[in-house]
Design a protein around this ligand. Structure first.
Ligand code: URP
Ligand code: ZN
Ligand code: ZN
Length: 463
């Protein structure tokens, strides 16, 4: 099978030129001006951008959490991701406390295998790491799971103490792998939550009011300090506030290998969303919480100047009617998480490129290349070059759509609301190619379940 993409404007994290791209099977084999090769299929990309498929390094599909399970599984979630121009995601497998991480990996392989529309990898969430288990981390790395997430939040659920963090970090550093950190002081936050509930403060807005940005900043500071001593690169996930960002900036200025992602929810939504009537604020209960609006400018500044490297979604959808309802009388019981895997590329293009905050190269870097580099996927993925996987999005930079749960071009996630409802975006992923196969054609999904493959990722590649 061969595919020729003609007349497009090819954008990578560093390039910007007009060319044709010839794909044989799943790989880009020729890039050149006016190629006249015979191909099984030809796509005219005139007037469109030809960009590397998006990489979303942070999703939670089919994840048991908050007394329920996230609403998208590996079939529906990866199909929605494909619609939005994402061709690889890295989801989180979970170690059950007291059990082997390898068992956790098996469980997540079973959830995903044969179901996905796009390629995928796993990080491993470590919930304990006793000495006798520590060598499992090397086995995981050999299996292509080269990053681990640790939680300073959610005591009694996913939380690990500083000793466990240090042990896991030491081993990760020795093995050349990466630690992802949910950095918030969950122990203190739980005390603040208890105080609020005692006062009868049960509405969704108290989710934000009980999670001060200082407790995020403290977590980020501590995570980076421990990582520095343990000699391991640390990647702060879903960074949400200026307060926390400042800690990353200070560390990077000192030469520490500290990296961070933010997410569209922290760039486009804010704390006022919790005030929505009729319990609708519950739709935005996620952790970290949405912040005061002024933080958004600081996060964009972090993206512009390289202190934040990636934009992931932390896609963790729960239906408003059936699942968020679990916390109707107690905000602390609202399942934490929100949908977004489908809307990331359009939101970032609109808020970033169209609004003049970043250029197209940076757009590609933030949505694809940087994650590929951090998580051992580069150069197979995250760029357009001869020999790379033909994961390509033909992106219309001018087309406008209003994001809505009812718009068939913007919502295929299996959840009954869209967190970005009513936001108009300019820039749509029109045609999506995954390893040489067209899986989305002008908003229509034409791929099939099982097109995606598990990707064994390489070690951390350095800066
Ligand atoms: O609210 C969130 N973010 N839910 C998913 C779990 C996590 O902390 O990433
Ligand atoms: Zn988290
Ligand atoms: Zn998450």
């Amino acid at each position: 099978m061969s595919l020729l993409i003609k007349n497009g404007r090819v954008i990578t994290a560093v390039d910007d030129y007009h060319a044709d791209i010839f794909i044989e099977k799943d790989t880009i084999s020729v890039i050149g001006k006016s190629l006249s090769m015979a191909a099984d299929q030809t796509i005219d990309a005139k007037g469109k951008l030809v960009i590397p498929g998006g990489i979303d390094p942070h999703t939670h599909l089919d994840m048991p959490f908050g007394g329920t399970v996230s609403a998208d599984d590996f079939e529906s979630g990866t199909r929605a991701a494909a619609h939005g121009g994402t061709t690889t995601l890295i989801d989180f497998a979970i170690q059950t406390k007291g059990e082997s991480t390898l068992q956790g990996l098996d469980t997540w392989h079973q959830k995903a295998e044969g179901k996905t529309a796009i390629d995928y990898g796993f990080h491993m969430i470590i919930t304990d790491m006793e000495d006798h288990r520590i060598n499992e981390m090397k086995t995981l790395a050999n299996e292509g799971v080269t990053s681990y997430k640790l939680f300073m939040a959610y005591p009694g659920v996913l939380y690990v103490d500083d000793g466990t963090i240090y042990r896991a970090m030491r081993k990760a550093g020795e093995d050349g792998t990466v630690i992802c950190m949910h950095a918030e002081n969950g122990i203190v936050i739980d005390e603040i939550v208890k105080e609020a509930l005692k006062k009868g403060h049960t509405e969704p807005k108290y989710h934000a009011l009980t999670r001060p940005t200082r407790m995020e900043a403290e977590g980020v500071h501590r995570a980076i300090a421990i990582a520095e001593v343990a000699e391991v690169p640390v990647y702060i996930v879903h960074l949400s506030s200026a307060d926390a960002l400042q800690q990353v900036v200070l560390a990077r200025d000192r030469g520490v290998h500290a990296f961070a992602e933010t997410c569209p929810q922290y760039l486009f939504l804010d704390q006022s969303y919790y005030e929505k009537p009729d319990f609708e604020g519950a739709k935005y209960v996620m952790t970290p919480a949405l912040r005061e609006k002024w933080n958004q400018d600081e996060l964009w500044r972090g993206l512009q100047f390289g202190d934040l490297q990636s934009i992931s979604t932390d896609h963790c959808p729960f239906c408003f009617k059936e699942q968020k309802e679990l916390g109707r009388n107690d905000f602390s019981k609202i399942p934490n998480g929100a949908p977004g895997v489908e809307n990331r590329m359009s939101l970032v293009h609109n808020g970033g490129v169209v609004q003049g905050r970043i250029n197209l190269n940076k757009f590609v870097d933030l949505t694809s290349t940087a994650a590929a580099k951090t998580f051992g996927l580069f150069p197979k993925k995250g760029t357009i070059a001869i020999g790379t996987d033909a994961d390509i999005v033909i992106f219309d930079p001018d087309r406008k759509e209003t994001i809505s749960v009812n718009n068939p071009c913007t919502h295929h996630m299996r959840v009954d609301y869209n967190a970005y409802e009513g936001i108009e975006v300019q820039g749509i992923s029109e045609t999506v190619i995954s390893r040489g196969k067209v899986i989305v054609e002008n908003c229509d999904y034409i791929g099939k379940k099982g097109d995606g493959q598990f990707i064994k990722r390489g070690l951390y590649g350095g800066i």
